[in-house]
Design a protein around this ligand. Structure first.
Ligand SMILES: [Zn+2]
Ligand SMILES: [Zn+2]
Length: 214
């Protein structure tokens, strides 16, 4: 807020999203964000979906600027490889190296990626947009996030504890990995779900006649 920003046209605010929008020349972004966030029913997109949208635009422009305009569908896949929890670090390193080789400043691009919190702040503070109540999707996302943070914290504390005991010679272990998994069991049918699956599926199989797929 105190450091002077090089003024480009159409900067609506000084927040990260405003700066990134100006830097990548994302025209009409604010309109899209407000429209999609406050839109009706199915049209409505959550701040997380909007952050993904913004970041994919950033990636697309970065590739275009490096003279490798992406093909249809390529951006979604590339973005997933760069950000998803389900992608191994090896794959991620590979794709980052590839982009780097092709002249995409991937580190700078990634640091321009915005979080859903940034999108939320930009919408509510800079643009003063509001929606009355969070939709189901947003409630689920917030819950998922809360539980994810708790899981990460459990894993971090466990790692620390084992490392400490190992250092003191109280226990012995080689290189190790901590994996936290939380499951929820439906007492009506005794099916067990990971929290993530349950949040994705949103109902136990026994509660929803007709939907058999997991
Ligand atoms: Zn802003
Ligand atoms: Zn059940």
């Amino acid at each position: 807020m105190t450091e002077p920003q090089p003024k480009k046209t159409e900067t609506t605010c000084g927040c990260k999203l405003g700066r990134v929008a100006a830097k990548y020349d994302l025209a009409d972004l604010d309109e899209t964000l407000v429209g999609d966030w406050t839109g009706d029913g199915d049209e409505r997109r959550s701040t997380r979906e909007l952050a993904t949208y913004v970041n994919q635009q950033i990636l697309k422009i970065a590739l275009t600027n490096a003279d490798i305009p992406p093909k249809e569908g390529e951006i979604e896949n590339m973005y997933r490889l760069l950000t998803s929890d389900d992608v191994t670090s090896g794959t991620r390193i590979e794709i980052r190296n590839e982009l780097e080789r092709d002249g995409v400043p991937i580190e700078a691009v990634e640091s321009d990626f915005v979080s859903h919190q940034t999108v939320y702040n930009h919408l509510t503070k800079c643009l003063e947009a509001s929606i009355e109540t969070p939709n189901d999707e947003e409630r689920l996302e917030r819950s998922e996030e809360k539980l994810g943070a708790l899981k990460n914290r459990t894993a971090a504390v466990t790692t620390d504890t084992v490392e400490q005991l190992d250092r003191k010679g109280i226990l012995e272990i080689g290189k190790f990995n901590v994996n936290v998994s939380v499951t929820v069991t439906c007492e009506d049918c005794f099916r067990e779900y990971t929290v993530r699956d349950l949040l994705d599926q949103r109902a136990c199989n026994c509660q929803e006649p007709g939907s058999a797929e997991i």
